[in-house]
Design a protein around this ligand. Structure first.
Ligand SMILES: Nc1nc2c(ncn2[C@@H]2O[C@H](COP(=O)(O)OP(=O)(O)OP(=O)(O)O)[C@@H](O)[C@H]2O)c(=O)[nH]1
Ligand SMILES: [Zn+2]
Length: 208
């Protein structure tokens, strides 16, 4: 079977802003609008700017923010948990918002990271086109890879607007995903303590 060549080289980075704004104008016509009317005349410009903001994560490597660590921790080796980090992401299938909370944890070995950096990692990966499973894995693996802890964990609760506002139209359904490494995976007590700390027993924690 012949392969159909994509019209746009996905690795091409030299797309102009004008091309993006033209694409938005085309979308406006497609939905039945007049892109020339006053209220919409600046919309392509705004949407182009907004998409750069939604997808700002592509401009950074979240591993970098974990580089600065502190070693004067007088032997602290218990679990560090940052609960309820709110995030906004975008579903790669429909370009619709994914809005939720991430809970991130690790078991430090000899050093800790500034706590805001865990939230920055969540931001760096969520401000991209995502599926929730990949977002969850990327956050936990970044912590695991850079800090080399005894284990890392990420749980995410999120609402998918592609499910809420279109298609199956299910309001109030939340998706929970988790990715665990090291002791979180192999040690039942560690895992239970983590879920207890985020008050999530695997059935969602958004009620906190
Ligand atoms: N597993 C997973 N699925 C997602 C996520 N975001 C969106 N989806 C789903 O991706 C699927 C895409 O399915 P398709 O059948 O290709 O697209 P569709 O016809 O628009 O599907 P509907 O949403 O059921 O109307 C849908 O079931 C979405 O609910 C995510 O983060 N994780
Ligand atoms: Zn979607």
């Amino acid at each position: 079977m012949d392969t159909i060549a994509p019209k746009i080289d996905i690795f091409e980075r030299d797309v102009t802003r004008e091309q993006v704004e033209d694409a938005i104008r085309t979308l406006l016509v497609w939905v039945g609008e007049n892109p020339a009317r006053e209220g919409l005349s600046d919309t392509p410009k705004r949407v182009a700017t907004a998409f750069k903001e939604y997808c700002a994560g592509y401009e950074e490597d979240p591993h970098d923010v974990l580089d600065r660590t502190f070693e004067e921790i007088t032997g602290y080796r218990d679990m560090v948990v940052l609960r309820h980090v709110p995030f906004e992401s975008m579903c790669e299938h429909h370009l619709a918002p994914i809005i939720g909370n991430a809970h991130v944890a690790y078991l430090p070995v000899g050093r800790v990271v500034g706590i805001s950096k865990l939230a920055r990692v969540v931001d760096g990966y969520s401000r991209r086109l995502q599926i929730q499973e990949r977002l969850t894995v990327e956050i936990a693996e970044a912590v695991d890879n850079v800090l080399k802890p005894r284990g890392a964990a990420c749980v995410i609760d999120a609402e998918h607007f592609c499910m809420k506002c279109r298609g199956v139209r299910k309001k109030g359904s939340w998706m929970t995903t988790s990715h665990l490494t090291g002791a979180f995976l192999t040690d039942d007590r560690t895992r239970q303590e983590f879920y207890q700390r985020i008050r999530c027993d695997g059935f969602g924690s958004r009620g906190l």
